[in-house]
Design a protein around this ligand. Structure first.
Ligand code: ADP
Length: 226
């Protein structure tokens, strides 16, 4: 691990399902004012709209499959407003090599630069063990974990008081499948980054508890300790 003196302005976080990537991104957003760019959340918003497209996406998410690159690009086009003016964290994008290439095109076209790629490293076995306890608020999208990040009141969202749910893509078979999808797609993306801009790549050990991983992440990103 090396230290980054200037905290990144445009950060991409990679981490397998169960790595704690999304709650880490939420903490960075809250503590340091990053805007989160979350393709998973954009997709769930389309699913909640109940449209025909939403129904189709919902079926893919339940099977743990990636949705098409075209759809993701379209959602990003709609949601990425003046990226050069904001501090951003891409959480859940890119997930395929093609999406990484398209991100490079976005940077050129919209005149911004990803200045750090961070990988949260966790073994597949640890990830599978962790994923059983995940909960999400279907209303506002906040995420919890029964062991490491429980809500103040059992099964109730701290933020909007909605009833928490298990994500429908958290069944055992789907959990294993999603790990395979990650292992098939993300290493080639990281290889590409290492061959083009190795100086922008950072990683943290994600095997410890959430606070420990968060403290390490802040250090690796050059953010002050809290
Ligand atoms: P997690 O970080 O736990 O994998 P996300 O909320 O990022 O969860 O994503 C949930 C699901 O949405 C993924 O399993 C995948 O099916 C779909 N998805 C999210 N982002 C992308 C993307 N960039 N490309 C393709 N599918 C995506």
């Amino acid at each position: 691990m090396s230290t980054h003196q200037v905290p990144p302005k445009h950060l991409v976080i990679f981490g397998r399902p169960g790595s704690g990537k999304s709650s880490l991104a939420e903490r960075l957003s809250k503590d340091d004012g990053y805007l989160l760019v979350r393709t998973g959340e954009m997709l769930r918003a389309v699913v909640r709209s109940g449209s025909e497209l939403g129904l189709r996406i919902g079926a893919s998410l339940e099977r743990g499959e990636l949705v098409s690159d075209e759809l993701i690009i379209e959602l990003l086009e709609q949601n990425l407003v003046r990226p050069e003016e904001q501090r951003l964290i891409f959480d859940g994008y890119p997930r395929t090599l093609r999406q990484e290439e398209l991100l490079e095109q976005f940077e050129e076209r919209l005149q911004f630069e990803i200045d750090c790629f961070l990988e949260i490293r966790l073994s597949r076995e640890s990830a599978i063990r962790r994923m059983g306890g995940r909960r999400v608020c279907p209303t506002c999208g906040a995420t919890y974990h029964l062991l490491s990040r429980p809500p103040a009141v059992a099964e109730v969202c701290d933020q909007c008081k909605g009833a928490l749910a298990t994500r429908s893509d958290d069944s055992e078979a789907v959990i294993t499948f999603r790990q395979r999808v990650y292992d098939d797609h993300v290493p080639p993306i990281i290889d590409r980054i290492m061959s083009r801009t190795p100086e922008l790549f950072r990683w943290v050990d994600g095997e410890g508890g959430p606070d420990e991983t968060y403290a390490r992440t802040r250090q690796v990103l050059g953010l002050p300790p809290l």
